[in-house]
Design a protein around this ligand. Structure first.
Ligand code: CP
Ligand code: NVA
Length: 306
């Protein structure tokens, strides 16, 4: 089987590859804004597997493939054989004979790894319980657009030590910034890849300490998909972890606010912050599409320079 490039975790891309993807994302965004057609993927097909809900991930991949001249096909667990127990290895073998690239949103990271191990074509992680690498691509790209290089900066993560937080940590290591994480006790970020993050990571239980002097403050839902049974316990445990205007004053005056969305105003973020002047959440959401187009181009065509 030929070796395809995959994007299963943020750290799958080197700093050099990321620099290229971010440069291409900016170019593809400018072309789209100018109404220019760029269709290098005519005849190419992406299969997208969704075992969890999505708005942004589905639309950004589907729109992005279409803009690149290709096509994206939606499969969910329930209406496909995936939900009836067909082995992921077999699914990978079949999908990768009919399509050129696969995107999957599922529960366990192990499922994504198994899919990739049995696929002839690139596999992209569209979110697992453990990681959300496409979102952090968009977030870092949004930071670059707004403020320039993120190297040497400080990002404050407030809330759950979840898939997003864990992916920010990988980004901090690859791109050379500091990640300060504030979680309640029992919801700390756990490292799953065996990497030593001590040079770029600080853990807190006080959101104000984590947010102090940050260049970017970011948060996410307190209850991620798949953890709904814990929602009430989490609401209590995360009391005091809402990002509000008072917390933002601990950060640098020019700090940005990001949230991957969907958001719950009055829970993890106050309306005054997400709808306020420091928030870049709408650019962040739009940039999913631009950066994923650049990622797809890179995985299928390598480093394009036109
Ligand atoms: N941020 C994000 O991944 O959104 P969706 O769940 O809507 O895809
Ligand atoms: N941490 C959230 C992100 C949603 C885009 C979840 O996994 O549900």
């Amino acid at each position: 089987m030929t070796q395809a490039r995959h994007f299963l975790q943020f750290s799958d891309l080197s700093r050099e590859a990321l620099t290229h993807v971010f440069e291409r994302a900016a170019i593809l965004k400018r072309r789209r804004d100018a109404g220019e057609l760029y269709r290098p993927l005519v005849g190419k097909v992406m299969t997208m597997i969704f075992e969890k809900n999505s708005t942004r991930t589905r639309v950004s991949f589907e729109a992005g493939m279409s803009q690149l001249g290709g096509h994206a096909m939606f499969l969910d667990g329930k209406s496909s054989q995936i939900g009836r127990g067909e082995p992921v290895e077999d699914t990978a073998r079949v999908l990768s004979r009919m399509s050129d690239i696969i995107m999957i949103r599922t529960f366990e990271q192990a499922t994504v790894e198994t899919l990739a191990a049995n696929s002839r074509v690139p596999v992209i992680n569209g979110l697992t319980n453990e990681y959300h690498p496409c979102q952090i691509l968009a977030d870092v790209f949004t930071y670059l657009e707004q403020r320039g290089s993120i190297a040497g900066k400080t990002v404050a993560w407030i809330g759950d030590g979840n898939n997003m937080a864990r992916t920010w940590l990988q980004a901090a290591k690859v791109l050379g910034f500091k990640l300060k994480v504030a979680t309640p006790k029992g919801y700390e970020l756990t490292v799953l890849d065996g990497v030593d993050y001590s040079d770029c990571y600080e853990a807190y239980t006080d959101p104000k300490l984590a947010a102090k002097d940050a260049d970017l403050v970011t948060t996410d839902v307190f209850t991620s998909m798949g953890f709904e049974a814990e929602a009430e316990a989490r609401r209590q445990a995360f009391d005091g972890f809402m990002v509000d205007a008072a917390l933002m004053t601990a950060a640098r005056p020019d700090a940005l606010f990001m949230h991957c969305l969907p958001a719950h105003r009055g829970e993890e973020v106050a309306a005054e912050v997400i709808d306020g002047p420091q928030s870049v959440v709408w650019d962040e959401a739009e940039n999913r599409m631009h950066v994923q187009k650049a990622l797809i181009e890179y995985l299928l065509l390598g480093q394009v320079h036109d």
